[in-house]
Design a protein around this ligand. Sequence first.
Ligand code: AMP
Ligand code: MG
Length: 334
Amino acid sequence: MPQRSDAEATTTHADVSAAAVAEAAAWLRAGGLVAFPTETVYGLGADATQPEAVARIFEAKGRPRFNPLIAHVADTETARAHAAFDSRADALAAAFWPGPLTLVLPRSAHCGVAKLASAGLPSLAVRVPAHPVAQRLLRALGRPVVAPSANASGRLSPTTAEHVRHSLGARVDMILDGGPCAVGVESTILDLTRTPAVILRHGGISREALAEVIGAPEDATAAPADRPSAPGQLASHYAPGLPLRLNAREVRPDEGLLAFGADEPGGAALTHNLSPAGDLREAAANLFAHLHALDRPDLAGIAVVPIPAEGLGAAINDRLRRAAAPRPASSGGT
Ligand code: AMP
Ligand code: MG
């Protein structure tokens, strides 16, 4: 990792130097966090291909739960490597990228984005930002960057580097100061895993503009009476097919075991340990991959050992509790 020095950690001029972009890419490559400007707000970026770097985002923001993150890429070609495009996605990308439109697409067979970034879902939210500093950073890294807004959980979205410094300060390895963002316009999020397409969030690209390209999308944010989709279809959280048994201290021979730390109960049909060393960041990075690996029809259920509640443990426990909660048979998630 490059050495952190407070004098150099933050660029102070609106015109970001090539050296600053190269240093930011080096931080990302080393698994660090870099705040950078997009045309919407400042993003808190991590290399999307490194699960532990993605886990650091949730840690730095103090988010109590794992929600899926948007993967930012430099161009449509890169997006195609990680997500499966259909003809609607082709047309929308041609019309609106780079720009404030996020497409939710099936993850491609060779998707390199960490499962934690999709919160375990089979879909990926992807966007090509237009901001020149974001573009330069993505090209310098040559990998997708996941980036929610660069503020502590529950705080206002930052539109200047100074906001980021106040909100996250020492929890960010570097801030690229590209001056103030165009305020207040988030990206529109459009779910293309379904037909017709569904607007999940309104933002910089209007419903009318989308309709001109692919026909009228549905609107998941509309009042329920105007919303044709069943609630279960709107599920945006992964839930395993098998029942989960939390806080298990012993395991049955027909169960899979999700373990944590050095002392794992013996006797399971199959065991995956989130972090034998007891490291919560490593555990978060492994959570969805391990749940998927244990979610097998030849097992009767998944036993989960107690996970500490501090730090990232809060988000891990939140996800496990929701995965364990009873759910309607018709619903795809919780
Ligand atoms: P932000 O924190 O502003 O970057 O917001 C990201 C938004 O994208 C959240 O509302 C997520 O729920 C949504 N999102 C990201 N990935 C997906 C996905 N695969 N499916 C549905 N929504 C997603
Ligand atoms: Mg936010």
